[in-house]
Design a protein around this ligand. Structure first.
Ligand code: NAD
Length: 489
């Protein structure tokens, strides 16, 4: 049984309000975590502010070097951390292990590139004026993250924020408090000084307290509704905000694509992590000539997926993260069926797996724009397939969404690929690829999918302020535009 504490100013503290964290595969309690309130959040922010004074003065190679050590430690402890991730949020161990490896790769990328990321530049004006930019830390960063990648998403903000000289208060998801706590332990063991990273576990109220506290920037990943709340609550304080929000990505298959590859990619993209991925292909569009064979192949592959406890090696799809998330998905399927969608396979809670929060991998066809599966984010193992006839039609269909996170296009024609990549309204386009993540490539969406970028050089810029410095080294005692004005000027 895990016992949760808060990491504040380098000390692990208990708190009065406690909640139980459940294993979604079994519904069993796996531990008790702290529900931090205003008081604890305020204390954590105060410690982070204090620590920032000396942290920002440390050598950047020292700050970056810590993340090389963290990357190595993650690799060493991968089996144990993967196990914890699977127990807390349910996904297959293989996928949890990939998350740990990706996190290690990503923090090492930031450690290696950190120094050159923050190089300022000289701006030519005239021989007497030397102008340059310097990047300075913003201050205390409040990091609020979801449960679907409980290790990777916190670290992709913690690493650049700390390397840039900020300090951090992290609020992990209430569904994955113990991975959050593990992040605190790993950071401490790697030598991050007291107060530089603080962890406050808790729910939305804890997050709200953090947003309303004396922080300087909010780095948020989560649903669009929460993102909007955070934006509203940040207005009075004028915090800077970076928002990575929900998505309803289009997956578009043209008739010249390699159909087998497209089916394999679509099935994996849609059902990995039990369909609970921001960039999962939530709306699949297939050109009419190949629609029947695509749907047939897709359904066959979906039926072959093995659903079960993520700790068992044969499992392809684990449970959903919570009963509430599953109920929301069930209602979306019900709405689609009531409005005329056809269930090609799945569509219900499996009879043989009643203890955890399982939902059968499901394929819906015959969908239309008034169904919630086409208008809202579908965050679970439900694939929604539509048929299109022309490129213009599919561009309009794909862009008919409030979201603009990513999109995936399948074609062998370069013109098609270029045209689609320029006309799709989103922040990332994959061609003949799906859901890949590389630390050196920018990540993030537009429209209701958010603002700002994570990862890459663009990602680290989110955590700094740009200061312009102008040094006049001339000997003039005055300037032509200074007083006195007089008639001659
Ligand atoms: P969520 O918005 O419910 O919660 C995210 C975090 O915000 C949690 O830590 C939660 O406790 C906190 N929170 C809730 N209300 C808050 C408030 N009023 N103020 C401050 N914090 C608050 O999202 P979730 O269910 O944990 O995650 C799933 C969502 O995240 C999906 O929409 C998914 O698409 C999105 N997501 C986006 C990306 C991306 O890169 N764009 C990546 C992963 C997940």
């Amino acid at each position: 049984m895990f016992d949760g504490k808060l990491l504040i100013g380098g000390k692990w503290k208990t708190c009065e309000r406690i909640y139980e964290s459940l294993n979604p595969a079994t519904g069993e309690v796996i531990g008790r975590a702290c529900l931090a309130g205003n008081e604890e959040v305020t204390e954590a922010v105060k410690e982070a502010k204090l620590a920032q004074k000396s942290w920002k003065k440390t050598d950047i190679s020292e700050r970056a070097g810590i993340f090389t050590r963290i990357g190595d430690e993650l690799l060493k402890r991968s089996p144990e951390i993967s196990n914890l991730i699977t127990m807390e949020m349910g996904r297959p161990l293989f996928e949890s292990n990939v998350e740990v490896l990706k996190t290690s790769e990503m923090v090492k990328y930031f450690a290696n590139e950190g120094k050159t990321f923050l190089e300022g530049e000289e701006i030519p004006i005239n021989p007497n004026n030397f102008s340059f930019t310097r990047f300075e830390p913003v201050g205390v960063v409040g990091i609020i993250k979801p449960w679907n990648y409980p290790l990777l998403l916190p670290f992709w903000a913690i690493a650049p924020a700390l390397i840039a000289g900020n300090t951090v208060v992290l609020k992990p998801s209430d569904l994955t408090p113990f991975v959050g706590i593990e992040i605190g332990r790993i950071c401490q063991e790697a030598g991050i000084p007291d107060g530089v990273i603080n962890i406050v576990t808790g729910d939305g109220f804890t997050g709200k307290s953090l947003v309303s506290s004396d922080i300087d920037l909010v780095s948020f990943t989560g649903s669009s509704d929460t993102g909007k709340n955070i934006m509203r609550n940040s207005a009075d304080k004028l915090h800077r905000i970076s928002l990575e929000l929900g998505g309803s990505d289009a997956f578009i298959v043209f008739k010249d694509a390699d159909i087998e590859e497209a089916i394999n990619g679509a099935v994996w993209g849609r059902f990995m992590n039990c369909g609970q991925v921001c960039v999962s292909p939530k709306r699949i569009f297939v050109e009419d000539d190949i629609a029947d064979s695509f749907i047939e192949g897709f359904v066959k592959k979906t039926r072959d997926l093995i659903i079960g406890n993520g700790l068992y090696p044969e499992t392809d799809i684990g449970p959903m993260v919570s009963k509430e998330q599953r109920e929301k998905l069930r209602l979306q399927v019900e709405d689609a069926v009531r409005k005329g969608a056809k269930v090609e396979c799945g569509g219900k809670i499996p009879l043989s797996l009643q203890d955890g929060y399982y939902f059968e991998p499901t394929v819906l066809t015959g969908v239309s724009s008034e169904m919630s599966v086409m208008n809202e984010e579908v965050f679970g193992p439900v694939a929604v397939i539509s048929v299109f006839e022309t490129m213009d039609e599919v561009i309009a269909l794909a862009n008919r969404s409030i979201y603009g996170l990513g999109a995936s296009v399948w074609t062998k024609n370069l013109d098609t690929a270029m045209r689609m990549s320029s006309q799709l309204e989103c922040g990332m386009v994959w061609v003949n690829e799906i859901c890949t993540l590389h630390p050196q490539c920018p990540w993030g969406g537009i429209k209701h999918s958010g603002m700002g970028k994570d990862l890459s050089r663009y990602g680290i810029r989110e955590f700094v302020s740009v200061k312009h410095v102008n040094i006049n080294s001339g000997t003039d005692k005055t300037r032509p535009w200074w007083f006195p004005y007089g008639e001659d000027k």
